[in-house]
Design a protein around this ligand. Sequence first.
Ligand SMILES: *[C@@H]1O[C@H](CO)[C@@H](O)[C@H](O)[C@H]1NC(C)=O
Ligand SMILES: *[C@@H]1O[C@H](CO)[C@@H](O)[C@H](O)[C@H]1NC(C)=O
Ligand SMILES: *[C@@H]1O[C@H](CO)[C@@H](O)[C@H](O)[C@H]1NC(C)=O
Ligand SMILES: *[C@@H]1O[C@H](CO)[C@@H](O)[C@H](O)[C@H]1NC(C)=O
Ligand SMILES: *[C@@H]1O[C@H](CO)[C@@H](O)[C@H](O)[C@H]1NC(C)=O
Length: 224
Amino acid sequence: MIFIYIVYLIVQQSQATNVIEDLKTDNWTSCEEFLMNTTFDIQSVIDVDWKIFYFWNYEVERSYNIRFSLATPILVDRFKVALRDMDTSVNWTRAVLFMETSIDFSALYLTTNISGQFRIIPSFAFQMEKIPLLIFGLKIVKPGYLGIINCLHRFCYALAPVDKMPEENKINLAAEMLGFKGDFNRSYLTNEYDPPIIPSPYSEDDEDEDEQLEIENEEYALKN
Ligand SMILES: *[C@@H]1O[C@H](CO)[C@@H](O)[C@H](O)[C@H]1NC(C)=O
Ligand SMILES: *[C@@H]1O[C@H](CO)[C@@H](O)[C@H](O)[C@H]1NC(C)=O
Ligand SMILES: *[C@@H]1O[C@H](CO)[C@@H](O)[C@H](O)[C@H]1NC(C)=O
Ligand SMILES: *[C@@H]1O[C@H](CO)[C@@H](O)[C@H](O)[C@H]1NC(C)=O
Ligand SMILES: *[C@@H]1O[C@H](CO)[C@@H](O)[C@H](O)[C@H]1NC(C)=O
């Protein structure tokens, strides 16, 4: 159920409008600003066990681990064969990275024309009728922290290698290194089970989740 819920959240984040109307993120740092004057080298993120230590997001979050590897031809082919009829505009030769996480969410990263900006093809697209349009921005800042931003919603995540996590009393300072300005900034490193800032209307009732996911998918199909 938690997996379905997380999938639901990611799908929800890929929608064109915020579900919660009052919460606008348009005064948060944009993807463009976030990536300005940066160049991203994919070698800098691979084969490192990253862990989220901070985020700016009003939704449920967790401090999960992320690992990147180079996208192998076999793997890219698996995505391509399964998904090519869904969206013929995807340029699979742009696939460079594969991301795996400790929450069963994995994705291919395809380069765009902008350094550090990627189109993400999540593996849960296999269960959908359309490939959701997810654009993420990535940058590395001193002293080796990784910033990931969801370009559409401007939700931002700060990560560090698991063996180089910022000290507990320096988490805020470390997060500031990303130069990201937003609200609902917090960490679950020390208190993993904080409730979300804004309880999602779908997190209350487990039994309804599958149905909600279907409804979301239908809406997505209609809008696109
Ligand atoms: C990017 O570089 C330009 C030119 O050096 C500078 O004017 C601008 O302030 C920089 N922007 C950021 C966000 O670093
Ligand atoms: C796909 O991407 C590759 C690598 O960036 C590029 O050389 C090629 O022209 C692109 N193909 C199409 C159809 O856009
Ligand atoms: C990327 O760059 C190519 C070549 O400069 C251009 O044809 C294409 O339209 C660009 N794509 C986007 C999404 O900007
Ligand atoms: C987080 O938010 C507080 C206000 O709630 C602010 O004082 C602080 O600078 C913010 N930290 C970061 C890293 O954005
Ligand atoms: C964005 O605007 C809201 C509402 O005016 C304000 O509370 C918040 O502090 C602003 N956030 C940033 C990052 O400027």
